[in-house]
Ligand binder design. Structure first.
Ligand SMILES: Cc1cc2nc3c(=O)[nH]c(=O)nc-3n(C[C@H](O)[C@H](O)[C@H](O)COP(=O)(O)OP(=O)(O)OC[C@H]3O[C@@H](n4cnc5c(N)ncnc54)[C@H](O)[C@@H]3O)c2cc1C
Length: 256
């Protein structure tokens, strides 16, 4: 008789869910997935949560295999020698093998004023904090989105589609991760949506105040009314521009 192997997956994002599902193909493997929230967060939809067109969460029952044990908690310590994890709620979980899939988050807000006046949008909770701010802002309030990776581009597009006046401050170029052809097509789409795109060496945010961002070239972008300044600065920048629901759905099904 073969022995059972305990695998614990830390993090129930795309990587963790995929790994957990794959592992259950083997009958002699027991899989536990540990994640702080009871729902799967679709990071690629967080900008839609900000814009109000999607809640960016999916029930784990839709994406996680039946044999996987879900533990809603946060791992605070890994004791590799003892093969044991400590949970935020105080318990411990043992394992034979560990999958570490905790993803990424917002960069530290090192820009003066960013922590006080800007809204990061890398996590569900951050996007949820920004949503009511956008809702409460007058329709004419200008919104500045900082960072032109996938989150910044998608957020700027989403808000502009809602009729918001949006400025996208790129830091350097629009979509640095894209092929020049892709960049051109994103720029075209931004222009069509009426988004003001600030690129180049003078388009790095040096300071954020209550109603403006100060740029490296000394320029100051004043917002007509107080609105959210969505900081979309990620440690890792991945993905493509202006993807829409259908593509995401395809991807979601790919994880089932
Ligand atoms: C706007 C946008 C568009 C994108 N488009 C694409 C695309 O087209 N194609 C593509 O391939 N990628 C795309 N991406 C990137 C994609 O979202 C990421 O690559 C993906 O989310 C990474 O998955 P992950 O599982 O590594 O991390 P995450 O999805 O971040 O999941 C990590 C999980 O680990 C949990 N966790 C963290 N710490 C702990 C802990 N201590 N204990 C327990 N759990 C913990 C987190 O709460 C989270 O649930 C896009 C991203 C954005 C923002």
């Amino acid at each position: 008789m073969s022995e059972n192997t305990d695998v614990v997956v830390i993090g129930g994002g795309y990587a963790g869910v995929k790994a957990a599902n794959r592992l259950t193909r083997r009958d002699d493997v027991t899989v536990t997935l540990i994640n702080p929230r009871p729902n799967f967060v679709e990071r690629i939809r967080l900008h839609q949560l900000v814009g109000g067109s999607d809640d960016a969460v999916v029930d784990y029952r839709e994406v996680l295999g039946e044999r996987i044990r879900l533990v809603v908690d946060t791992v605070t310590r890994i004791d590799a020698a003892q093969r044991s994890l400590t949970l935020a709620t105080g318990g411990t979980v043992g394992y034979d093998y560990l999958v570490y899939a905790v993803g990424s988050g917002s960069a530290d807000p090192r820009v003066p004023g960013a922590a006080e006046f800007a809204y990061p949008i890398a996590s569900l909770e951050e996007a949820q904090r920004l949503r009511p701010v956008i809702d409460a802002a007058p329709a004419t309030a200008a919104v500045t989105v900082v960072g032109a990776g996938p989150s910044g581009i998608e957020t700027a597009a989403e808000l502009a589609e809602e009729g918001r006046t949006v400025t996208l401050v790129c830091g350097d170029v629009l979509g640095p991760y894209l092929h020049p052809r892709g960049r051109r097509s994103v720029a075209k789409r931004m222009a069509k949506l009426g988004v003001t795109v600030l690129e180049g060496p003078d388009a790095t945010v040096k300071a954020v105040t209550r109603d403006a961002v100060r740029l490296s070239g000394g320029r100051k972008r004043r917002r007509r009314r107080q609105a959210g300044c969505a900081a979309a600065d990620h440690r890792r920048r991945e993905g493509g521009p202006l993807h829409r629901r259908r593509r995401w759905q395809d991807r979601r099904h790919g994880h089932q």
